[in-house]
Write a protein that binds this ligand. Structure first.
Ligand code: ASP
Length: 415
């Protein structure tokens, strides 16, 4: 029996768990919350890997790249793709929001009744706070706090230090190479929990979904899913097909585990170890490019969130009757991009970032209280979009810099 279980490729077990979880949740109802702890156990287990995995893989990856100019080429291309895809995503959100408002699809203030949660306090984070938070004051503290961005900065510097040290740095490089392999094995073990975690989380979400709130906000949810599907199906597929020139089907088959885990956990950070593993093992991307682009992408590249921030602002503007000028559209596009960069890869982060955009264009913060009740189901799709985007950018950059083993990708049958 155990042998039969392990004989089924992991991605098939995960997809089956996702579907079964939804069906179980529907049949079971709110009682399904009683198995949520299995999902939390899974999330805790993969989160445990984030810090050691980034630290070992990224340092080893930077050191293996061997040349700072190449590292610059990888970083520069990744950042350019993050910015371009992020802007397309925000304008897509704004376009969909404009479409919905011109057909008066969003509900009116009166039909929404009282919000399900209290209106949040304005977000005190400033741009200066954001810049300062990138610098690690103490590497140990950063690791204890699982603060991904400063950890990336520290790991990059250690990797560069190894390169600069030349022969003297080799023993340390060996430690990181070996540590990175060990952490990949640990990831493999933990990933065996995925079907159980995904099943429990999906049953919980499907069982406890507030149908009343969902009905009132159904158009927002529909447009959120539509926007995300367009980003994945058109923008990412286009990148893979026309820029990376790789088979789109194999790309998505390779990242199915990461898509399922991001959908059920709604956390890019928690999915990071899975995304990394898919990128290296199933897509054939080198450790240097995968660890750098995917760790960075998990915190700064959030196209689903960027699209949603644009869409949600127009939603709020309609329900509260705020007229927006073209200039304000541009302001939203900049702030939504910043919001997506600043949002942590955790559930509900996009919701918090709404305060940043809303405040600047005069949309009442009360809007956040209205959408909070159905945010989880939208967050799941945004996170899947964010994570798929990290993999798409990593693949494209790997092709551009010759850091991909194509044969490995195409033979990704036994994922
Ligand atoms: N939960 C999302 C993520 O982890 C961020 C968001 O809330 O939009 O990628």
């Amino acid at each position: 029996m155990l042998r039969t279980w392990f004989a089924i490729p992991l991605w098939q077990r995960v997809v089956a768990a996702l579907i079964l979880g939804v069906l179980t949740g529907w049949a079971w109802g709110p009682e399904a919350e009683s198995i949520k702890w299995i999902g939390d156990f899974f999330i805790k287990s993969i989160k445990m890997l984030v810090v050691p995995l980034i630290f070992f893989s990224l340092v080893a990856g930077v050191a293996a790249i061997g040349d700072l100019r190449k590292l610059g080429a990888v970083g520069g291309r990744a950042l350019a793709l993050f910015v371009v895809t992020g802007q397309i995503a925000v304008w897509l959100g704004l376009g969909l929001g404009t479409l919905a408002t011109s057909f008066q699809l969003f509900p009116t203030r009166e039909t929404l009744g009282t919000p399900t949660v209290p209106t949040p306090e304005p977000n005190p984070t400033t741009a200066v706070d954001m810049i300062l938070s990138i610098v690690p004051e103490s590497p140990v503290q950063v690791m204890a706090d699982v603060a991904v961005l400063p950890l990336i900065v520290f790991s990059l510097l250690v990797g560069i230090g190894i390169l600069m040290a030349g022969k003297d740095g080799e023993p340390v490089q060996k430690v990181f190479d070996s540590g990175s392999i060990v952490m990949q094995k640990v990831t493999m073990i933990v990933m065996e929990l995925t079907p159980f975690g995904v099943f429990a989380l999906m049953a919980w979400v499907a069982g406890t979904l507030g149908l009343e709130a969902l009905k009132a906000l159904s158009w927002l949810v529909v447009f959120n899913y539509l926007g995300c599907l367009l980003i994945i199906g058109v923008m990412y597929s286009g990148m893979i097909k026309f820029i990376a020139k790789l088979p789109v089907k194999d790309f998505f088959r390779g990242i199915l585990d990461a898509m399922a885990v991001s959908y059920s956990t709604a956390s890019s950070n928690a999915t990071l170890p899975v995304t990394l593993r898919c990128a290296e093992r199933n897509l054939g991307i080198s450790n240097s490019v995968a660890s750098f682009v995917i760790s960075l992408g998990a915190t700064v590249n959030m196209n689903g969130t960027a699209m949603y921030l644009g869409l949600a602002t127009l939603f709020g503007a309609q329900i509260f009757g705020v007229d927006l000028t073209l200039g304000q559209y541009f302001l939203i596009s900049i702030l939504a991009t910043l919001g997506a960069v600043g949002a942590a890869g955790i559930p509900g982060a996009g919701l918090i970032m709404m305060a940043l955009v809303f405040g600047a264009v005069g949309v009442p913060l009360e809007t956040i209280a209205f959408v909070a009740g159905v945010d989880r189901i939208m967050d799941m799709m945004r996170t899947t979009t964010n994570v798929s985007g990290d993999a798409a950018v990593a693949t494209t950059v790997a092709v551009m810099t010759g850091e991909i083993d194509r044969a490995e990708m195409v033979s990704a049958d036994d994922v």
